[in-house]
Design a protein around this ligand. Structure first.
Ligand SMILES: [Zn+2]
Ligand SMILES: [Zn+2]
Length: 178
């Protein structure tokens, strides 16, 4: 069975790992498990922007798994960017093996608000499923509740669910068997 390997570059509580794995398994129909590999992403650090280039992280991740069989998702504590944008919550290879999600801007503390660990876990799960959806070949969805709805602001993440809409789910099922 094909597997989604999760590589957290930060401490995740056991309960959070468990919830993330269950959500990924329920939404993608693939199994999900943590992968213990030495990977710190430092090579992707951009000294001028003081952020990490997410596309470079994806290239590094790709080398950690068998191509064509499994997928890999990194969860990072640092701020991510791609050259044309100020920041990204995450990035993924469209119909490819690798995805990355940052919790840097998912924390209320980033906006000077009090910590809300439960909210951060929900946002993390949504963004993880979102990026994995891209690795299954799906593009953004106009359906507001769908996890593949594009989010520019963190409030938009809060408005969507962690689930694919019926149309996206159909696409995922099509890919799940490959
Ligand atoms: Zn997206
Ligand atoms: Zn959808």
């Amino acid at each position: 069975m094909s597997c989604v390997y999760i590589v957290p570059l930060l401490e995740l509580r056991p309960q959070t790992r468990q919830r993330l794995c269950v959500a990924i398994e329920q939404q993608t129909f693939w199994s999900a498990e943590l992968l213990d590999v030495p990977f710190d992403g430092q090579f992707a650090y951009d000294q001028v922007r003081e952020q990490y280039h997410s596309s470079q992280i994806l290239l590094g991740l790709k080398n950690l798994i068998k191509p064509g069989t499994d997928k890999i998702l990194a969860i990072v504590p640092f701020d991510l960017f791609i050259p044309i944008l100020t920041f990204v919550y995450g990035e993924a290879h469209l119909d490819g093996p690798a995805a990355v999600v940052s919790i840097y801007r998912l924390r209320p503390e980033f906006f000077g608000l009090p910590p809300a660990p439960e909210l951060v876990v929900e946002r993390l799960i949504k963004e993880s499923i979102h990026e994995l959806g891209h690795t299954f070949g799906l593009r953004h969805c106009r359906n507001r509740g769908c996890v593949l709805n594009a989010s520019t602001y963190v409030e938009e993440i809060d408005l969507k669910t962690h689930e694919f809409c019926a149309a996206c789910r159909e696409e995922i099922v099509r890919h799940a068997g490959k």
